[in-house]
Design a protein around this ligand. Sequence first.
Ligand code: SAM
Ligand code: SF4
Length: 394
Amino acid sequence: MPQPPDGQPAPPDGALPASALAAVGARPLGVYVHVPFCLSRCGYCDFNTYTSGDRGAYVAAALAEIDLAARVLHAGGRRPPVATVFLGGGTPTLLAPEQIGALLARIDARLGLAADAEITVEANPDSVDAAALEALRAAGVTRMSFGVQSVREHVLAALERSHGPRRALAAIREARAAGFHGVSADLIYGTPGEDDGDWRASLEAVLEAGADHVSAYALTVEPGTRLHAQVRRGERPAPDPDTLADRYAAADALLAEAGLAWYELSNWARDPGHRCRHNLGYWRSHDWWGIGPGAHSHVAGTRWWNVAHPARYAAALAAGRSPARARETLDARTRRLERVMLEVRLAEGLDRDLCDPAALERLAAGGLLRVDDGRAVLTLRGRQVADAVVRALA
Ligand SMILES: C[S@@+](CC[C@H](N)C(=O)[O-])C[C@H]1O[C@@H](n2cnc3c(N)ncnc32)[C@H](O)[C@@H]1O
Ligand code: SF4
């Protein structure tokens, strides 16, 4: 995870600048809840998560931050309903379904959930069973996102995952049976030791189990992780860029064949109704409040981020202070650049007026994007080298 910028001091009461407050409600509002606990840390992961900590204290603090969010967002008199909620982690399902239900009930009571709100919970497959999934569905969760990563034992072992393939696929089936509107599977490709057949098997298995949405991520070797140290010592190979590009193309072809279309670089859905509306809000620069340690928030060009450690987070809220560590207000140029970097990832494309026409022409001539109806959309080749396209457009 990239370190947040230094930013400016955030006010202790969390109040928004007048310009951001005036724009509350102009765009859909999302709420992200970061749950910073895992039973063990996977060797590749650098997310803000801890293998010990007081979950009860965390929930109390998160409830207090929801109260704070309502005070801050409603200060200007407008009360936009929450369109989407995403509980991510870490492992949100280390909380009991009742604790997740209490967080959702508080969001509804203080901020108001839209009647058609999308409510996603991320889960490690071995942190839920059929009864827990039924309880989450009863608490109002509409969408489950499972960290499957692979269905090959040797790949899961290389990733240091705590679950096997059978449990991961059973979790998808149990979620289907529990009646969630959406069931998504996260997969990782390019793990040392994975071959083309392993990758194909993982894609086929999650579809066969009933996933209507797939997120497929290239394995990233993040500094500070065990995987990074192993690669540095030469014990494991770094993922090969050509292999990653081939696996991406294979995923896109297999998923398209099965009826799942890409809508963002790493995300495919059965139909528009099964896209993750919450994540689309990030890529479209909508507004969201991030609850929890290390969570980031954004309202109309002002963004802030919370202190990372759960104890410091809880202490700030217990003392009646905002847990924000710092914040920044983006100038017009930075906002435009951010829109370019985010919207170019989307199948709906990027407004061509945001881009340098000469750069667009070069990229189109190189077969990396097409300009249709005023919007620049990446080709398959462009998606395979998206970082380079972004650098050329920024
Ligand atoms: C931070 S996890 C949270 C979900 C849950 N704890 C789990 O692991 O199943 C969200 C997703 O990010 C992806 N991810 C995390 N670190 C990654 C890395 N270094 N490279 C590629 N994908 C990564 C994984 O697919 C994971 O499912
Ligand atoms: S379970 Fe998920 S969040 Fe936790 S360490 Fe593993 S990848 Fe990271």
